[in-house]
Design a protein around this ligand. Structure first.
Ligand SMILES: [Fe+2]
Ligand SMILES: [Fe+2]
Length: 395
């Protein structure tokens, strides 16, 4: 909640930031024991060719076999989020290794002091928030998969796809170099959520063609790294702050997605307990989003050019009178909902359930988060999304 430095990196000196050691020491917490994941044989993925009728029958039987005591639809509504949470945890772990709290709860990294200092320009508690967000995501996929297994249903498993390089900068868990699921070094960020939640006249569910303005237009084009790729990326303070700013906008961009995904999927759950799970995890994504959207507004005003790619990025000033961009207006504006004849209301948006899982997968793919992943990865994720989108309430 506390801003440590005036947000203008071009005039600031990194040495003014709080000592890293203050935030890294003495944070040993009890380690949770995680339920190990079972191998997912991908029965619904393995459905082969055949006649249309036989293929459909095989598909239904395979889905039933994979869903245990849950309906195939309910299992799919939990399995797709479980996979997304595995992906979320993977990149949050990368952030935590470099700029979070290193402890037994989220182990593995050793911290990158320069990157951590640049991140903490936005708020002195950033390392704590990164740690706790990471911890939350780990518990999300662990719980969802454990619940699926407890019902005799197949969990989501992405272990075969842990192949991406990731950062080699000081602080990373060297045992995981070349074993990442997600790519944080080539991001293209849609930051239109910033104006979407400040606009009281448009709802993406009612105005699917309306274009909400970007908060940071230059992040919506080209590719940007949100972490130091190597130690060379930490040598120029201005570029390093641009990397930290990119991360600061990546955080809420991701978490607003989770904020919409859970209520969008929950509308088609049949079992009340499955509904309860989706309704209970979803709002924690919203808590993350709210925190990160507040911090992103503190991103120092700057322009920088990536010395490796030549790509330029510019972070504008959000201390403005314009209500669409004012950094202080972090509470959601009300907007039209369901029907324009009804009064406007403050809500999460979008929450349209049709195609919600595939929409989420497309959003993450377009972000560049999976650049370098295999065709098998996309086939697996597409199948999980498709299964979730075909779930019907009361199936
Ligand atoms: Fe999550
Ligand atoms: Fe999340």
């Amino acid at each position: 909640m506390k801003l440590t430095t005036k947000p203008d990196v071009n005039d600031s000196n990194k040495s003014e930031n709080l000592p890293l050691a203050d935030s890294l020491k003495g944070r040993v917490k009890s380690r949770k024991s995680y339920i190990s994941r079972r191998s997912f044989l991908g029965k619904t993925v393995a459905i082969g060719a055949g006649t249309m009728g036989a293929g459909l029958l095989t598909s239904i039987r395979a889905a039933e076999a994979a869903s245990g005591r849950l309906s195939p639809g309910d299992a799919a509504l939990l399995r797709f989020p479980a996979a997304v949470e595995l992906l979320e945890a993977d990149f949050w772990i990368q952030y935590n290794e470099l700029a979070g709290i290193q402890d037994k709860e989220v182990p593995g990294g050793s911290g990158n002091p320069d990157y951590t200092a640049a991140i903490e320009v936005l708020d002195e508690d950033m390392a704590d928030y990164i740690h706790d967000n990471t911890d939350d995501e780990i518990t999300h996929h662990t719980f969802l998969n454990a619940y699926l297994v407890s019902k005799g249903a197949a969990p989501a498993n992405l272990d075969a796809f842990r192949t991406l390089m990731g950062s080699t900068a000081t602080g990373v868990n060297t045992a995981l170099i070349g074993k990442r699921l997600t790519n944080l070094t080539q991001l293209t960020l849609d930051t239109s959520w910033w104006t979407r939640y400040r606009d009281d006249r448009h709802n993406p569910d009612l105005d699917p063609t309306f274009v909400f303005p970007q908060a940071v237009p230059s992040l919506a084009v080209n590719q940007h790294t949100a972490i130091p790729r190597t130690d060379a990326d930490t040598s120029d303070p201005n570029f390093l702050q641009a990397i930290a700013n990119t991360a600061a906008f990546h955080f809420p961009t991701i978490e607003q997605g989770g904020t919409s995904l859970y209520p969008s999927l929950a509308q088609r759950a049949t079992n009340v307990e499955v509904l309860r799970i989706l309704m209970s995890i979803g709002p924690t994504e919203t808590m993350h989003f709210q925190t990160w959207s507040d911090k992103a507004g503190n991103a120092p005003v700057l322009s920088a050019v990536d010395p490796v790619t030549g790509v330029k990025v510019t972070f504008p000033d959000f201390e403005v009178e314009n209500e669409l961009f004012d950094k202080s207006l972090i509470m959601p504006e009300p907007c039209p909902f369901l029907d324009r004849s009804l009064p406007i209301v403050s809500i999460i948006r979008p929450t349209n359930t049709v195609g919600a899982a595939m929409g989420a997968l497309t959003f993450l793919t377009d972000m560049g988060l999976f650049i370098g992943q295999s065709a098998a990865f996309f086939a697996y994720m597409t199948q999980l999304a498709d299964d979730a989108d075909h779930a019907k309430r009361g199936f």
